[in-house]
Design a protein around this ligand. Structure first.
Ligand SMILES: NC(=O)c1ccc[n+]([C@@H]2O[C@H](COP(=O)([O-])OP(=O)(O)OC[C@H]3O[C@@H](n4cnc5c(N)ncnc54)[C@H](OP(=O)(O)O)[C@@H]3O)[C@@H](O)[C@H]2O)c1
Length: 351
């Protein structure tokens, strides 16, 4: 039987590439096409050097003609728009418009939208939780949730939403890379209080997306609220120390102190909008969701269900062992690499 083709929007990035790998390395693999603004760049060539079977096509998720072309002959589409390139309004608009276009593609059967928890809605629209990169995706999720699946009686396309969480890999390259003190201690100075982060490893993210494409009927019109594990600051430091054999400690700080130690805090959060809000301003509205354990309190994740769906679900300890993370920084996000935010710049300053 011919393999089904999936278009992965965002497939050259950290999340999308994890999904690509899961799709092409599955026992019954899918054929994969990836949309990229610069498919011929050295970075993209390097990412795909061991995956010559993946088709790379040029386009932008904001250029809807290019999306329509890329969707031709596809069975499914995984949509991870990038709220750190565009702003929250663009993310809302592109998510909705891509869904509308998807409904016109005769071969398309499954639209999987990658979202994040909509903290603003979960907290009765409290501005304190209004991080722009969570708002855009959360609003698209709400739009889809208001649809039947299929959205029209004549359509054969069903939709599903995969809600992920902050990547474990952000600990390697992202907003919570520890500072390394002179004696080698990894110091996690984070505005997390006693709160929990609903972590998602990139490997698990790929496994959840694969599961959804493999089980279209089960997930038609449904949302998978996924997580790998919840961990607090103390657990992160203690587990790193025990597994990697390095000294580590957690120091809770205020959001303002965290912004002051983040080397790229004044950069725009959306690279296409240099006059928009900064990384520091955006993430100041993101940490409170974890510090106040909004998800943990709401009981919005079911770890037993996670293991049923993904028997290889990674605990924090599994993830540290399997990635050999030792608290040092490495480049993870394509956007950071393209934007000149080096691994060194991702390490938090001492104070
Ligand atoms: N970091 C986290 O912990 C985390 C967790 C959950 C969700 N997310 C969400 O994931 C998104 C970012 O993806 P990522 O984490 O994989 O980051 P990344 O490694 O920086 O990758 C960004 C991806 O977005 C693509 N992209 C950006 N603008 C595009 C455009 N106009 N048209 C087509 N593709 C475009 C890039 O493709 P090209 O450069 O090849 O065009 C690349 O594949 C954000 O919206 C973020 O909120 C992040």
């Amino acid at each position: 039987m011919a393999q089904k083709r999936i278009l992965v929007i965002g497939g050259t990035g950290a999340q999308g590439f994890a999904v690509v790998k899961a799709l092409v390395e599955a026992k019954d693999p899918f054929t994969v096409r990836v949309l990229s603004r610069n498919p011929d760049s050295e970075t993209v060539k390097e990412t795909f050097k061991d995956y010559p079977q993946v088709e790379l096509v040029k386009g932008s998720f904001m250029d809807f003609d290019s999306v329509e072309r890329a969707l031709q002959d596809c069975y499914g589409v995984f949509v991870n728009t990038d709220g750190f390139t565009v702003n929250e309004a663009d993310e809302l608009w592109s998510g909705i418009r891509i869904f509308e276009i998807a409904n016109t593609i005769p071969t398309l059967r499954h639209f999987v939208y990658s979202s994040i928890d909509y903290y603003l809605r979960l907290t009765n629209f409290d501005h304190k939780y209004a991080a722009h990169h969570t708002n855009g995706k959360g609003r698209v999720h709400t739009y889809l949730d208001g649809m039947t699946s299929p959205a029209h009686p004549d359509s054969k396309l069903v939709w599903s939403v995969l809600i992920t969480g902050p990547y474990n890999e952000d600990l390697i390259g992202g907003p919570y890379v520890p500072h390394i003190a002179a004696d080698g201690t990894r110091v996690f100075r984070l505005p997390l209080g006693e709160g929990y982060i609903p972590f998602m490893t990139l490997q698990d993210c790929g496994a959840f997306a694969l599961h959804m494409f493999q089980n279209r009927e089960e997930w038609s019109g449904k949302t998978l609220l996924a997580t790998s594990h919840f961990s607090n600051g103390k657990e992160i430091a203690e587990t790193l120390s025990r597994v990697a054999g390095v000294k580590a400690r957690y120091e809770p700080i205020t959001v303002k102190e965290w912004v002051d130690t983040l080397p790229y805090a004044n950069a725009p959060v959306s690279s296409m909008y240099p006059d928009g809000i900064t990384v520091g301003q955006n993430f100041s509205m993101w940490w409170p969701g974890f510090a106040n354990s909004i998800l943990k309190n709401e009981g919005t994740r079911d770890l037993g269900e996670m293991k049923r769906i993904n028997p290889n679900l990674q605990s924090l300890e599994d993830w540290i062992r399997e990635t050999k993370w030792d608290g040092t920084a490495r480049q993870v996000l394509k956007g950071f690499k393209d934007g000149g935010i080096t691994a060194e710049m991702q390490q938090l300053r001492a104070e």
